[in-house]
Design a protein around this ligand. Structure first.
Ligand SMILES: NC(=O)c1ccc[n+]([C@@H]2O[C@H](COP(=O)([O-])OP(=O)(O)OC[C@H]3O[C@@H](n4cnc5c(N)ncnc54)[C@H](OP(=O)(O)O)[C@@H]3O)[C@@H](O)[C@H]2O)c1
Length: 428
């Protein structure tokens, strides 16, 4: 029998309690032994009682769980950096295997956690931390282990994908759709971590470290959110044959890696363009497998519990076969991390300029002087003495584009640089 101690009985923790109960028979058969929840640490005991757990299962302190010699696996689902880090490391030091869904912690302190797990000879699993119910960590670490992974491109945040989907379907602006998403419970009252791209950044930091076997942390990820995307950007994207998505992208070439989160135009016929509403997906390019895409629910009580319980089952199998740390840290290389200026992309640029002869030539000259070559220009609307220009560049160096934009911002003929959005043709 494998006994579990649960820390946190909130959304995901409650899902784990329900799933262990609901599918007890098949989980036990697949694990090779019964899996039993022994104790739960939760600030509000009423949450445990509401799930039908007896009061004597509610622990009064962490020690009651980590000092219980019968408990094999500690499942951390309280979230945040502290006290989660201290609780996890204490459990490991007391010989407990650990499962967590805590992306905030792994994206910043993953290395320390793996080292402490290694020192204490315990398993550390975290499948639910990246894409909820989508088993992408398992796919990268195990099923795709034979591949050189070239790129991992994810739609990793359900809230922003819901907002962009609604903006696209209903032609509404960001603020309107965000307010609706908050009413429906798809966005937090403080949506900053989602709409500014931070949540997706934590997840791509974790995925890129696994895909390329080299540690990359949250501070290495270039992050831009979706707050500047307008209904007209989405409409122009559609006219040009693209969808707008918040992408989390990790790439590796010649031993150099890079991770970023930003809105992007992607071709309408790319499989990621069909990922709508709160759904998530991860598109992976491997040298043997080619292109594959995993799709599903990236959050939510039962999808996330599915991944957490999958990890508990995996550790239970290890225990029943007397294996430990079979699948530990896979960051055994130290690759160079490129900065954004060194990357090249195509760009969509929306500008408001003075509507008079010679202006277009002046703007084209600035781009040309900075090695930015323009693939297409469309003049959309004229209002009074200003015209809206849409430009698509060829693939250009990011630093060259930024230099050109700096010059344009200082020119009197340029009223406003509305949007600058990368066009990701490479994922076609
Ligand atoms: N929700 C999802 O869909 C989802 C998806 C993927 C990953 N995750 C990750 O899963 C983890 C849990 O998320 P969640 O949505 O389940 O959060 P949640 O609903 O806020 O649950 C956390 C629970 O832990 C309790 N708690 C917090 N600190 C505690 C402490 N020191 N001692 C005892 N209990 C404590 C909280 O009680 P109070 O409410 O009283 O603070 C709450 O009941 C997070 O790391 C999150 O990032 C969540």
């Amino acid at each position: 029998m494998v006994r579990v101690g649960l820390l946190g009985c909130g959304t995901v923790g409650s899902g784990v309690v329900k799933l262990l109960e609901q599918n007890h028979e098949l989980i036990s058969r697949r694990s090779g032994c019964p899996i039993v929840l022994k104790k739960v640490l939760e600030r509000d005991a009423a949450k445990c009682l509401a799930l039908g757990l007896p009061l004597n299962m509610v622990a009064g302190s962490l020690d009651e769980i980590v000092d219980d010699p019968e408990i094999d696996i500690v499942v951390e689902l309280i979230g945040g950096e502290e006290p989660a880090f201290t609780y996890i490391t204490t459990a490991m030091q007391k010989g407990k295997h650990v499962v967590t869904a805590n992306k905030d912690l792994i994206a910043i302190r993953g290395k320390e956690l793996f080292e402490i797990a290694g020192e204490n000879n315990v398993d550390f699993y975290f499948e639910a931390s990246v894409a909820g119910g989508i088993p992408v960590i398992y796919a990268l670490k195990q099923a795709l282990a034979a591949n050189n992974i070239k790129a991992v491109v994810g739609i990793l945040n359900g809230t922003t994908n819901y907002i962009l989907t609604k903006m696209s379907q209903e032609g509404q602006d960001f603020k309107e759709v965000l307010a609706q998403a908050q009413e429906l419970g798809y966005a937090e009252s403080d949506p900053t971590a989602d709409v500014e791209g931070l949540d997706a950044a934590r997840k791509i930091a974790i995925l890129s470290s696994i895909a390329f076997n080299s540690r990359l942390t949250l501070s290495d990820v270039h992050v831009e959110g979706i707050t500047g995307i307008t209904a007209s950007d989405i409409e122009y994207a559609r006219e040009l044959g693209y969808s707008v998505k918040l992408l989390a992208i990790a790439t590796e070439e010649d031993g150099q890696m890079q991770a970023r989160v930003h809105p992007a135009f992607i071709p309408k016929n790319h499989p990621l363009a069909a990922v709508n509403d709160v759904y998530n997906a991860v598109f992976i390019q491997g040298d043997a497998v080619g292109d594959i895409m995993l799709y599903g629910r990236g959050a939510g009580q039962m999808p996330t519990a599915s991944a957490v319980v999958g990890d508990i089952i995996e550790i239970s199998r290890n225990l029943s076969q007397n294996y430990v740390t079979r699948l530990g840290c896979t960051c055994y290389e130290d690759k160079k991390i490129l900065n954004m200026g060194q990357l090249s992309s195509q760009f969509y640029i929306r500008l408001l300029v003075n509507d008079r002869p010679g202006v277009l030539a002046g703007i084209a000259g600035v781009f040309g002087n900075n090695n930015v070559s323009i693939a297409a220009v469309v003049q959309k609307t004229s209002t009074g003495d200003q015209a809206e220009l849409i430009m698509i560049t060829h693939r250009v160096l990011e630093s060259d584009l930024q230099d050109a934009l700096t010059v344009l911002r200082g020119m009197s003929i340029v009223g406003e640089i509305g949007s600058v959005i990368r066009v990701e043709e490479f994922v076609r």
